[in-house]
Design a protein around this ligand. Structure first.
Ligand code: RTP
Ligand code: MG
Length: 188
């Protein structure tokens, strides 16, 4: 997603012979100059501690105020098989058993949110895994103290996001919609 004038100027530049020569000399196209902004989706969970502490509204409000768009939401209990599939990557780690007990201990709020670069934007809003290392102003910093009670989950990459959204939601539960403010939040 680039604004039209920049995209057009960039295309003209790329088409020039001098540019092609210089890029070949450099060994490739300098993507870092104009990184693409992708419209992404991420799974977000308000974990049992966040629900019990009455933080669902606060967490949704922060994501909404950031400009992200809600795609799906379900308040539910998490059974063991779903927890095992969701956290399969952590099987065998010392905290795995405690993590499964924690996530299945009480209801959670499962959601899908979308927006430009949503995956990294949401991870940033959540903060580092350990609340004692999370940046001030992030959810885990502002509402947490211990890694085993860190309030939220968010997908950590595009592939994980696809898998997790598929695990938690059926395709017909994902709502495609537009907000009148989208053009004030998404450049194109
Ligand atoms: P999440 O998957 O929940 O969004 O968290 P994350 O990516 O920031 O961290 P990850 O490494 O995927 O860990 C998953 C969850 O396991 C618990 N954990 N406990 N005791 C420990 O050392 C430890 N390490 C991780 C946390 O609840 C973490 O969110
Ligand atoms: Mg993770």
């Amino acid at each position: 997603m680039r604004s039209r004038p920049i995209a057009e100027a960039w295309s003209r530049l790329e088409a020039s012979e001098r540019f092609q020569h210089n890029i070949t000399e450099l060994g490739g196209r300098p993507e870092f100059l104009f990184p693409e902004v992708a419209l992404e989706r991420s799974l977000v969970l308000v974990k049992p501690d966040g629900v019990q502490r009455g933080l669902m509204g606060e967490i949704m409000a922060r994501l909404e105020r950031r400009g992200l768009r809600l795609v799906a939401a379900r308040f539910q209990k998490v059974d063991r098989p779903l927890a095992e599939r969701h956290y399969a990557v952590h099987k065998g780690k010392p905290f795995y058993a405690g993590l499964l007990d924690y996530i299945t201990s009480a209801p959670i709020l499962a959601m899908v949110w979308e927006g430009p670069n949503a995956i990294s934007a949401i991870r940033q809003t959540m903060g580092a895994t350990r609340p004692d290392e999370a940046a001030p102003g992030s959810i885990r910093h502002d509402f947490g103290l211990e890694v085993g009670r860190n309030v939220t989950h968010a997908s950590d990459g595009p592939e994980t996001a696809r898998e997790e959204i598929g695990l938690w939601f059926r395709p017909d539960e994902l709502v495609q919609w537009e907000r009148s403010v989208d053009r004030w939040l998404f450049e194109s």
